[in-house]
Design a protein around this ligand. Structure first.
Ligand SMILES: Cc1cc2nc3c(=O)[nH]c(=O)nc-3n(C[C@H](O)[C@H](O)[C@H](O)COP(=O)(O)O)c2cc1C
Length: 376
């Protein structure tokens, strides 16, 4: 099992992640993590904070001579914008953010005490943790990507593209990590329009996983279903309000004969296959060997430059919501965070199935299992 915890405030000294369950014998460098940290900071519509930060991972535990030793992996990411003790108090809670609920919950007078941790800056620690999981999965031919599917009213039409085709198209991230250039341009225009009005936008993104073996997760108990793990992982990302797997909501409107993926068999390769992948690589809470496809839906950013109405917590009078330096749209970055949390769920299920002490042990078990699957 792979477990992780994060700590750190948006304008504190930095962010931390502890990742437990990483097997011994994995070659790991900060570069593997920095690549994804950099991708999380990108995307058309990000605010000025991203221009200030230059996230870099410092691996402070769990490695010796660049190789994991089975102990918890500790990662520190320094905040350049460290000024938590001098920032102004916040008395005008923002609708759509944790400000008011958090103040009530902890008995604070100042919403700064809430938003410093509720801010999505925390997701940098998750991206760092997920990057370690990705390094492990890559050892076993499992790859993960994300791409932006929609921003506001604009959608990309990429439903028929394979993992490899999407991978080629988003190789350089572009402005929005979208696989359809025309749609990406239109999305950027929507972001400009929202920004001019002091407004914000949400959207959706898809996470795709190739090379995952069949049999990760389980139908035997509710909390071992891998689809449930994906849903929880994505919903735990700030601002994600819905998750779907494969054809998701659309399948509820279709006939069974249009939805379920017909089973095929390749005698030469001794392997089962499917004529389609509407299930998104999961059936019965278990991976079925097809590409995994999980979509997340993000609400618009809660901080508006043309602030929404709120009530000042001291005067109890009507006022405008506080304005923190903020993104107009962060759907592409949210996709990168989603890659990370999905990677952790897959790595966790992978370690549960194949053992978790050393990479060599896992390699033996994984190889023997794939042989056995061929012979069913
Ligand atoms: C990558 C990323 C960046 C975000 N950037 C901002 C931001 O700049 N300003 C903001 O108000 N909310 C931002 N959010 C969203 C808030 O964190 C989110 O609206 C808030 O936590 C409340 O959402 P919840 O009700 O789902 O927790 C961002 C979210 C993500 C995933």
């Amino acid at each position: 099992m792979l477990r992780y915890m994060t700590a750190g405030e948006s304008h504190g000294k930095g962010l931390m992640a502890i990742l437990e369950g990483v097997p011994a014998g994995l070659t790991l460098s900060a570069r593997d993590i920095d690549r994804d940290l950099k991708r999380r900071m990108k995307g058309y519509g990000r605010g000025k904070r991203m221009a200030i930060e230059c996230d870099r991972a410092d691996i402070v535990a769990g490695c010796r001579k660049g190789v994991t030793i089975g102990s918890p992996v500790g990662i520190f990411i320094k905040n350049r914008d460290f000024k938590i003790n001098t920032l102004p108090d916040v008395f005008d809670p923002r609708p759509g953010h944790a400000d008011l609920a958090g103040v009530m919950k902890y008995g604070f007078k100042d919403a700064r005490d809430v938003l410093e941790r509720a801010s999505a800056r925390e997701t940098a620690s998750r991206v760092a943790s997920g990057a370690v999981a990705k390094v492990l999965l890559r050892e076993f031919g499992i790859e993960i990507l994300s791409h932006v599917v929609s921003v506001g009213p604009v959608s990309a039409d990429v439903g028929k593209l394979s993992f490899q085709e999407i991978k080629e198209r988003v190789r350089n991230f572009g402005k929005l990590n979208c696989a359809e250039p025309k749609a990406e341009k239109a999305m950027c225009r929507e972001i400009d329009k929202a920004s001019e009005k002091g407004d914000t936008l949400g959207g959706s993104f898809e996470v795709m996983v190739s090379g995952a073996p069949p049999g990760l997760g389980s139908y035997a108990q509710w909390d071992r279903r891998i689809d449930a793990a994906f849903a929880r992982a994505l919903m735990s990302i700030p601002a994600v309000k819905a998750v779907s797997i494969g054809r998701g909501m659309e399948s509820a409107r279709s006939m069974g004969s249009d939805v379920h993926d017909v089973i095929t068999y390749n005698r030469a390769g001794k392997c089962f296959g499917r004529s389609s992948n509407n299930a998104g690589g999961v059936e019965g809470g278990v991976t079925n060997g097809q590409t995994i496809m999980v979509t997340g839906f993000m609400k618009p950013i809660a901080t508006l430059m043309s602030p929404l109405a709120t009530v000042n917590m001291k005067s109890k009078r009507k006022s405008g919501a506080s304005r923190e330096r903020s993104d107009t749209c962060a759907v592409a970055a949210c996709g990168v965070v989603a890659e990370a949390v999905v990677a952790i769920e897959i790595a966790s299920a992978f370690l549960e199935k194949f053992g978790s002490d050393s990479v060599e042990e896992i390699r033996r078990n994984h190889k023997a299992y794939l042989e056995a699957v061929k012979n069913i």
